[in-house]
Design a protein around this ligand. Structure first.
Ligand code: GUN
Length: 327
């Protein structure tokens, strides 16, 4: 049976550390980090994600700036709002009054707004989502580091660095190289290397699949991206030492598709009908957990795996942005 990675527990540990750092910064400078969370329209899923982000800010002592715009807002008005957040002294960083270090525009945006245009207008230093084309571009280039890593792929890094600190001999811990030099030390001592290992990313979204594959590449994995037009994805996935599932297809990856002992990170969050639940639905991942957990070496559950960690990484990025300006 696979070792099940408890994302909730890892997230809780990291959140306590962030809260402690926020307290320390506040004592030292009399200011706290801040995060502007911009949402357009009333999509239920986006409202729910944004609610979680704002609540988490409050719990950790990070000031959240709530910007709620109507569905019909024009692209130019949204961009104006972003510009204001870029320069507003209250939401400005270095040397100014407040340490608001992050701006997040919740995606997807309504169809009449060009997402890329809006994301390009966010100040690079405040791009805590890591979605600015320049930050993504640096992620794609050899020997360049983006200012922020997109939150979900970043989950892989911290989760694995946590695992190293738990002395789990886990090949993916090598990812931590990008983030945390303490982990390099731990890894080099245990002789763990990802160089040349086969990683398969299922899905090619801008939010998860693409940046996850770039991150794996930076860590010298041999990376394959499987997507909706790939023929016989199962034969490719079966070769993988590492599987990142981010296709948005409920339980599409079966146990028989997994190489014995592989590490499986399930990013999928799919609601499927379940009349036995009060809500009428339950959440499942892109991986058939029942089957895959009998074959894999490590696996993340849904819910309780990657999900709780993503918001935590956003807060981590916000804190990092603030620290860059103050320390
Ligand atoms: N929509 C779904 N996930 C995300 C995310 O991580 N950031 C933003 N801005 N929008 C999202």
């Amino acid at each position: 049976m696979a070792t099940v990675i408890d994302g909730k527990a890892v997230a809780q540990t990291i959140r306590s550390e962030i809260a402690e750092e926020v307290r320390a910064l506040s004592q030292k400078y009399g200011k706290v980090p801040g995060l502007a969370v911009v949402i357009v329209g009333n999509r239920k899923d986006s409202q729910s994600y944004v609610g979680m982000k704002r609540k988490a800010c409050a719990e950790l002592g990070i000031k959240s700036f709530d910007i709620d715009l109507p569905e019909q807002v024009s692209e130019s008005d949204l961009i104006k709002q972003v510009h204001q957040l870029n320069v507003n002294p209250d939401v400005h960083v270095c040397g100014k009054k407040c340490m608001q270090s992050g701006i997040l525009v919740q995606l997807p945006l309504p169809k009449h707004i060009n997402e890329e245009k809006v994301l390009s207008e966010i100040s690079l230093e405040k791009d805590v989502d890591g979605f600015h084309p320049l930050n993504i571009g640096k992620l794609a280039m050899k020997d360049r580091d983006p200012l922020f890593l997109p939150c979900t792929p970043k989950v892989m890094l911290l989760k694995f660095s946590f695992m190293v600190s738990c002395n789990v001999d886990f090949i993916l811990c090598w990812f931590a190289v990008v983030m945390n030099s303490a982990c390099i030390e731990l890894l080099s001592r245990s002789g763990v290397s990802i160089k040349g290992k086969k990683a398969v990313v299922v899905g090619r979204s801008n939010i998860v699949g693409l940046p996850a594959s770039l991150l794996l590449l930076k860590a010298d994995a041999t990376v394959t991206i499987v997507h909706s037009r790939t023929t016989q994805p199962e034969s490719i996935i079966r070769e993988a030492d590492i599987v990142i599932a981010a296709a948005g297809q409920p339980m599409m990856i079966k146990g028989s598709w997994i190489k014995p002992g592989a590490a499986v990170i399930d990013v999928g969050t799919n609601a499927v009908d379940d009349p036995t639940k009060k809500s009428g639905y339950r959440l499942v991942g892109d991986v058939d957990f029942e089957e895959a957990s009998k074959v894999a070496g490590w696996i993340t559950p849904v819910p309780g795996g990657v999900g709780p960690m993503t918001v935590t990484m956003l807060l981590h990025n916000t804190l990092e942005g603030a620290k860059r300006c103050f320390e």
